[in-house]
Design a protein around this ligand. Structure first.
Ligand SMILES: [Zn+2]
Length: 576
């Protein structure tokens, strides 16, 4: 027997059986209505609210913040369960080995940089850290280090450890110029970037002199994608009760907060905040306080970050420090008590204040325009008390009465209902309805195939256009089970998309399932024909003689096919 996901999840949260699935309150986001589903036959879980999903091992990795091997051992020992069957095909096995080797290589590089710090090579870097008030235990906690100001210092070290040059280049820590290999980072303070599970993915590197650019980061590699990771999430591992995060701009800000005993600081990796990072943050804590730099760039970035985080339904507040200090300066110049004394403002108050600065409130025209613009922002406020407060403040600033401003705000939108996708389990999506959308048709076919409804040979790889779906179809046809497919997924995004596909509940008997599959295939074939027709018509413009005849006859054949299919549709079931 293998580790049964229903049994494992039940040991963490109560589940109720409804239909073919078990349902519970999602452990990864705050909710009052159960949208977390566990499927025994698929051996996987998916939350229709926050899109978290995966197989039994991935569930334990998330809950316990463990690495893959740790989670396997945990299942075996703590829960007295034999290891789940998650054997990979040789190709996937090879890929997994390659990734493991890159992790090991990065870890070795991080250890080497760190060791350098305490030698003569690290003098400048250590002096810099001391000047910034970073003590030894913080240096160790973050694994900070230094790259020597030499061309092949790290390269030589890693070669001596048995790593091949192409691996060093693939990991992004060694560059290749016409066969000459040299260290990518030289004479820089090194910040190892780890994922939540403690694997070293790459590095941030700060110049110690006046080198440009001031900060360098490892480029994207097979194990590192800046979109999906945040700095310092490894320190938040196992902190299941974390209430709140601080989103700061720089690595040194994260380190300063940690140095002063403030937990939960994270930073993006040299790029602006992405939706994927917002989702990662939501899994760590429900609330985030943004503490970006006080300059215009930092404040504009704050505004963008608010929109991204609120789109993921996070509670967002903004911290602003006196004299436009950044968090690191604030802590060093004013101390931790002054830092903690600063109260955050709501994201709406932040936006209103920023907006206000764009208008000249000494003139009537400026006041009128500001009142109108502010009213647009206030339309989205669902809480009457909050709205009232803003109206009063706005009345003082603009000179318009509260009632006039309220009229300008107009009919407020209804407060949003709970997670949109909760509906799914009450009224399962009819695949025939979804089949109007090409990629929805592909998804439905995958769901039906995973449920074992489709006879051998009914679908082929070529029916699928989206690369992820095509690959998944191939794996299903190869006899691979959903949990295994999830464990081979390349990104957390893919895991989320696939677990949703495999968790979709279709209230269909075998007969109806076949009809639904045929509908989907018809949509996909029609798409295929349309594309071919477009290509042929383009060809017609220049085609001559015999070729023209051939193209014309293919166009006619395809057009006839479409006509027949449409006849079939009108006579058959209602497809739309
Ligand atoms: Zn959830």
């Amino acid at each position: 027997a293998r580790a049964d996901i229903v049994q494992v999840v039940s040991s963490y949260l109560p589940l109720t059986k409804r239909g073919q699935r078990y349902w519970g309150l999602c452990p990864f986001h705050n909710e009052k209505t159960a949208s977390f589903s566990v499927s025994g036959d698929m051996n996987l879980y998916h939350c229709f609210g926050c899109k978290a999903g995966g197989n039994v091992v991935q569930f334990v990795m998330e809950m316990e913040r463990m690495t893959f091997p740790e989670a396997l051992a945990h299942l075996a020992k703590q829960l007295h369960m034999p290891l789940p069957e998650l054997t990979m095909n040789p190709e996937a096995q090879q890929e997994a080995t390659r990734r493991e080797r890159l992790y090991a290589l990065n870890r070795e590089a991080a250890a080497y940089y760190h060791a350098n710090l305490w030698t003569a090579k690290g003098e400048t870097a250590l002096a810099y850290l001391r000047k910034r008030g970073v003590d030894d235990s913080t240096i160790r906690r973050f694994g900070l280090g230094v790259s020597a100001d030499e061309w092949t210092d790290l390269c030589d070290h890693l070669r001596a450890q048995g790593y091949q040059d192409d691996e060093l280049v693939e990991a992004g820590i060694v560059r290749d110029r016409e066969g000459r290999r040299y260290d990518a980072f030289r004479g820089r303070l090194m910040f190892p970037i780890q994922n939540m599970y403690g694997n070293v993915l790459g590095f941030g590197a700060r110049a110690l002199g006046n080198d440009n650019p001031k900060y360098l980061n490892t480029g994207d590699t097979p194990v590192f994608n800046k979109r999906y990771n945040l700095y310092a999430t490894n320190l938040l591992r196992r902190q299941r009760d974390l209430k709140q995060l601080f989103l700061v701009e720089g690595y040194m800000d994260v380190i300063a907060l940690s140095q002063h005993g403030i937990q939960g600081a994270v930073a993006t990796l040299g790029t602006s905040l992405t939706q994927e990072q917002a989702r990662l943050m939501k899994r760590l804590a429900p609330t985030v306080w943004i503490a970006y730099d006080g300059d215009e760039a930092g404040q504009a970035a704050t505004e963008r970050a608010i929109d991204i985080l609120e789109a993921e339904q996070m509670n967002v507040r903004v911290l602003r420090f006196p004299d436009n200090l950044d968090p690191d300066d604030m802590l060093r110049q004013r101390g931790v008590d002054a830092f903690r004394a600063v109260r955050p403002i709501s994201s709406l108050a932040f936006k209103l204040e920023r907006m206000e600065r764009g208008y000249d409130l000494t003139g009537e025209e400026g006041r009128t325009e500001f009142a109108k613009a502010a009213a647009v922002l206030l339309k989205n406020v669902a809480d009457p008390v909050v709205l009232e407060n803003h109206l009063k403040a706005l009345a003082i600033k603009t000179g318009f009465s509260r009632d006039v401003l309220l009229a300008q705000v107009g009919v407020r939108q209804r407060p949003q209902a709970g997670p949109i996708n909760v509906r799914v389990r009450h009224a399962p999506n009819r695949p025939t309805r979804e089949a109007t959308d090409d990629s929805a048709a592909e998804k439905t076919l995958l769901t039906l195939s995973a449920l074992g409804y489709l006879p051998e040979g009914m679908i082929v790889e070529e029916d699928f256009e989206v690369p992820l779906y095509r690959e998944t179809a191939r794996k299903l046809m190869d006899g691979m089970r959903p949990p295994q497919i999830l464990s081979e997924a390349e990104t957390p995004e893919d895991v989320s998309i696939l677990s949703e596909i495999f968790s979709k509940e279709l209230d269909l008997g075998r007969e109806d399932a076949l009809v639904a599959a045929e509908d989907c295939l018809r949509v996909l074939h029609r798409r295929h024909i349309d594309k071919r027709l477009t290509a042929l018509r383009a060809q017609m413009e220049s085609a001559q003689g015999e070729e023209r005849q051939r193209v014309l006859s293919e166009i006619m054949t395809l057009s006839k096919k479409i006509a027949q299919a449409q006849g079939g549709w009108t006579n058959g079931k209602d497809v739309m």
